[in-house]
Design a protein around this ligand. Structure first.
Ligand code: PMP
Ligand code: GLN
Length: 380
């Protein structure tokens, strides 16, 4: 069934942020950092506004940004893409995902989704006429299994949508899982739509491995990234799409009629930012890792059961050991009575089979994290 958009609920992020504002809670719900983003990148955008980058830029993106994106992925992920035919700039990863689903799916095509999944996926798949087939991932490790993939893929599967690293579980899929998925994509002749917006936010020696780099995936992967996550500028909404020319032709048409272009001043600033030296990206990761460790050890000291966080700026707790089996009710109490906003992970499942995991965003200043910990004290 194709739900009418107006009947869909307001996203849990918006609801929780509004509750946090109304109650004066520390907001560790919606994922956005306290950090204002690199000053030089913001200055570049301001300069570009003042000095005249304010008319429609080329539809596929500023050439300098498309080149910077190609160079960035060659440097960090060993991908060789042609900026002229294999890179497109979109208004955030969200537009890229919506456009890709519009371009790739014919009504009735099946789309494999891994739940928990980012909240935009399912409504967009359904609106494009896709039929979702779910693979349910479960705590604590949220790994892919051959049996689960075999149950989800069919001859009608057209697209599989993978988010790696995975929001909300903070999972970085190991090479073995990616290889398994790639094998299914090849066997069933499926396009992989890969949401890799968290690719730079990985910890503990992990290095992001793009699905596109696996054997046989170069021609059948649409890779999506976002400057919002790379530079802690979530409101900028500058996204990148990488795809082989045959796929890109359809994606470009979707972009043409969805937004056509993306603000040129922000594009110019992102082009500058992507060329920053390795130290910037390593430093960002190190800062997030420090915040993760501070918050994780604080939660553990208070007696909470903390799940692993290998990537993204999210950390989850298992509330079952507290005798809690309804994450929505738990988060509601947390924000109203204890003054901390968090996200119930069941909101990321289509059928809520898992209701005992709660997500916190730790991309915050130390004093914000410490204030949240003080309020959580005595709950576990
Ligand atoms: N996909 C995932 C998995 C995300 O976490 C987010 C943002 N939180 C997005 C897409 C949206 O990215 P953008 O803001 O660039 O549209
Ligand atoms: N990606 C952010 C999160 O997961 C929120 C984005 C949004 O508010 N739509 O918290």
């Amino acid at each position: 069934m194709n739900p009418i958009f107006a009947d869909l609920p307001t996203t849990v992020f918006e609801v929780m942020s509004a509750l946090a504002r109304d109650t004066g809670a520390v907001n560790l719900g919606q994922g956005f950092p306290d950090d204002p983003g690199p000053a030089d990148v913001r200055a570049r955008a301001a300069e570009a506004v003042v000095s005249g980058w304010n008319q429609y830029p080329p539809m596929m993106g500023l050439p300098e940004l498309r080149q910077a994106v190609a160079a960035h992925y060659a440097r960090w992920q060993g991908l060789e893409v042609d900026p002229a035919s294999e890179v497109m700039i979109t208004s955030g990863a969200t537009e890229a995902l919506a456009g890709a689903l519009m371009a790739l799916i014919e009504p009735g095509d099946e789309v494999v989704l891994f739940e928990p999944m980012y909240d935009a996926y399912l409504p967009l798949v359904r609106r494009a006429g896709g039929v979702p087939r779910f693979v349910t991932l479960t705590p604590p490790h949220f790994r892919l299994t051959e049996a689960a993939l075999a149950a989800a893929f069919t001859p009608r599967t057209r697209v599989v949508l993978l988010n790696n690293p995975l929001n909300p579980t903070a999972t970085v899929f190991p090479e073995a899982d990616l290889a398994l998925l790639a094998e299914f994509c090849r066997r069933f002749d499926v396009v992989a739509l890969c949401d890799e917006v968290w690719e730079h936010v990985v910890f503990d020696g992990h290095r992001h491995r793009p699905l596109m780099a696996l054997p046989g995936m170069r021609e059948r992967t649409v890779k999506v990234g976002s400057a919002g996550k790379i530079f802690s500028l979530t409101g900028w909404k500058v996204g990148f799409v990488l795809a082989a020319p045959g796929l890109m032709r359809g994606l470009a048409k979707a972009h043409q009629f969805l937004t056509f272009t993306t603000p040129p001043n922000l594009q110019a600033a992102v082009a500058y930012g992507l060329a920053k030296d390795d130290a910037y990206f390593e430093g960002m990761r190190a800062d997030f890792a420090r915040a993760r460790d501070r918050f994780a050890s604080g939660l553990a000291r208070l007696g909470f059961s903390v799940l692993p966080s290998a990537g993204t700026y999210f950390l989850n707790i298992d509330i079952a050991p507290l005798g809690e089996h309804d994450d929505v009710a738990f988060c509601d109490r947390l924000v109203r009575r204890h003054g901390v906003a968090a996200i119930p992970v069941s909101a990321f499942y289509a059928h809520r089979p898992v209701r005992h995991v709660v997500r916190f965003c730790f991309a915050k200043r130390d004093d914000t994290l410490d204030a949240a910990l003080a309020r959580l004290s005595g709950l576990a």
